[in-house]
Ligand binder design. Structure first.
Ligand SMILES: Cc1ncc(C[n+]2csc(CCOP(=O)(O)OP(=O)(O)O)c2C)c(N)n1
Length: 558
């Protein structure tokens, strides 16, 4: 087998990925992966983004695929490089993001004999990969070229089909790893430029008709990320008079029926007692809100219907009694209690006023989360890190007619790779991307900052720096004072200004909401480079502020 065989096969493979619709790939350096990297980079239809660190490459690909909804390829060399893609593969699995992972490997004769940089890469991503396949070593015959084209189609379609997710192809590559002559023509691709294998992806069935739910009375809609057609859903809820409890990640927190502060309302037992629903529709993932999850779990006898076209089974409390693949019933089929939505609206307005009174115009973590949703242009994307930023956005984001799109890595709730994922989204989308992130999450993926300068991408980072993990102050572990600060909150004292300097980012610190607004909008409008806008906060004060808000909302509802 010669380098010509290797490159002919890989060129056909990449060509076929591109014919299927792949437009982005991520590379990282190495020797064994040379044929994979060069074949991707040399394909005119594929934009290849170069990364130093495989963990960043994986999360960048994840962010790009999440933003575009199309599979993105990521390749790396053999050994621990492949293991470094695991966190992104796990997140892609849980968040149903289509990734095509292409690992380079030693050929069979060099495995388990002490050859360098060789580990067992067989099914290295375990159950996180939808499909794992060892490609083997082949001569480039017309038959094997046709076969590898079908393999590329299969990888692309498998990543997209059903619940989307990551697929893994392991490529054993024999030396020589570079070509020493021109590559012959290959005419095994379909002459019309189509993919070698066409397959219809399953279409959503038409609106449910015939047997199905005929809900009436006090209906509620709960929408999480991955909700299909969120704007239409919000319109439907408003037309039908159904309170819409929509996580901003769903894109459906908009319109007359959206209840922005359900997280705070559902902490209040009197509110819950007075607002028992007859029927619940659920779309997409479960929102993050714990009070909402507890509320849903406490209603096993209320019909809960999940619209679940991809069969994702989002129901940890086992309370969903029906799964539909179709669309929501049309408004004329529903008979809704007319005083129901106004009752939720009144409570939501009262909660909103109580929040405004407590937060005032001071610079705080909840105020920043809410303000970004209000300030950013509709065509912007707000990428939100775990854990407090995504929770604060859910708790405090106001309802807005055309809100910015909100993305987050919530498949496995990791704080890792967030900067890289936000850059991936920036690479895949035309509009500006703003990242809201805490200091520990930023420290975790500092290396991700390199993508800005190396790949010429633009990102505005709003950093909430409370010198440690503020989330943990909300948990019982905060009472374990002998170990809490050092081992759980983990203050670090990092000067992010210096990191900005190292990675060629702009940096500024703001001390008022007004100054933050100016800085964010200037950076977004500039549309060039990476800007870190730092807001210093205090973990203990943040906890007290959240309690004060919850108390004020409780008092307002009473
Ligand atoms: C990879 C990974 N490691 C650890 C955790 C546990 N964890 C959740 S939130 C958090 C701290 C986040 O702190 P920061 O980014 O500063 O945000 P804050 O809580 O202060 O808002 C940690 C360590 C995780 N989710 N993912």
């Amino acid at each position: 087998m010669s380098a010509t065989d290797t490159y002919l096969l890989l060129r056909a493979f990449c060509d076929e990925l591109a014919r299927c619709g792949l437009t982005e790939a991520c590379t990282s350096p190495g020797s064994r992966c040379t044929p994979l990297v060069l074949s991707l980079v040399r394909h005119p239809g594929i934009r290849s983004f170069s990364h130093l660190d495989e963990r960043c490459a994986g999360f960048f690909a994840l962010g790009a695929a999440k933003a575009s909804g199309r599979p993105v390829a990521v390749t790396c060399t053999s050994g621990t490089a492949a293991a470094n893609l695991l966190p992104a593969v796990v997140e892609a699995h849980h968040a149903r993001v289509p990734l095509i992972v292409l690992t380079a490997d030693r050929p069979p004769e060099l495995r388990e004999v002490g050859a360098g940089q060789t580990i067992d890469q067989d099914r290295i991503y375990g159950t996180a990969a939808k499909w794992s396949f060892d490609v083997g070593v082949h001569e480039a015959t017309p038959q094997s070229l046709r076969w590898i084209r079908t393999l590329a189609c299969r990888a692309y379609l498998t990543a997209l089909d059903g619940p989307a997710g990551p697929v893994h192809l392991n490529f054993p590559l024999r030396e020589p790893l570079v070509l020493d002559g021109p590559l012959p023509e290959d005419d095994t691709g379909r002459p019309d430029g189509h993919p070698y294998v066409l397959r219809e992806l399953p279409a959503l069935p038409e609106p449910a008709s015939g047997p199905g739910p005929h809900p009436s009375g006090r209906l509620v809609i709960v929408a999480g990320s991955d909700t299909p057609e969120p704007a239409e859903l919000a319109e439907f809820a408003a037309r039908s008079g159904i309170p819409l409890l929509a996580d901003p990640l769903s894109g459906a927190r908009r319109g007359e029926a959206a209840i922005a502060h359900y997280d705070l309302l559902l902490r209040n037992q009197e509110f819950i007692a007075a607002h028992g629903p007859d029927f619940i529709f659920r779309l997409g993932d479960l929102p993050t809100s714990k009070p909402l999850r507890v509320w849903l779990a406490s209603l096993p006898d209320i019909p809960q219907i999940a619209f679940d076209p991809h069969g994702s089974w989002m129901d940890p409390a086992a309370v969903v009694g029906m799964r539909l693949r179709g669309r929501l019933p049309q408004p004329d089929h529903l008979s809704v209690d007319e005083s129901w939505l106004p009752a939720w609206r009144t409570a939501d307005d009262a909660a909103g006023q109580a929040i405004d009174t407590v937060l005032g115009d001071g610079l705080s973590e909840p105020a920043v989360a809410a303000a970004l949703i209000s300030w950013l242009p509709s065509q912007a994307v707000l990428f939100v890190a775990s854990s407090m930023p995504v929770r604060d956005v859910e708790e405090f984001a106001p309802v807005r007619a055309e809100p910015p799109r909100v993305l987050s890595n919530r498949g496995a709730n990791g704080i890792d790779g967030t900067v890289s994922s936000a850059f991936g989204a920036a690479a895949a989308l035309p509009g500006p991307v703003v990242l809201l992130i805490g200091d520990v999450a930023l420290a975790h993926d500092l290396g991700g900052l390199l993508a800005g300068r190396r790949l010429g991408l633009s990102l505005t980072i709003v950093l909430l720096n409370n010198d440690g993990g503020g989330i943990f102050h909300f948990l019982p572990v905060s009472g374990q004072t002998d170990a809490f600060e050092e081992h759980v909150a983990t203050p670090h004292g990092l000067e992010f200004r210096l990191a900005a300097e190292l990675y060629g980012c702009d940096h500024e610190q703001t001390t008022s909401l007004k100054a933050l607004r100016t800085a964010v909008l200037e950076s977004v409008n500039r549309g060039r480079g990476t800007t870190i806008i730092e807001v210093r906060t205090d973990r203990a004060q943040n906890l007290a502020l959240h309690h004060a808000v919850a108390d004020a909302v409780g008092a307002a509802l009473a």
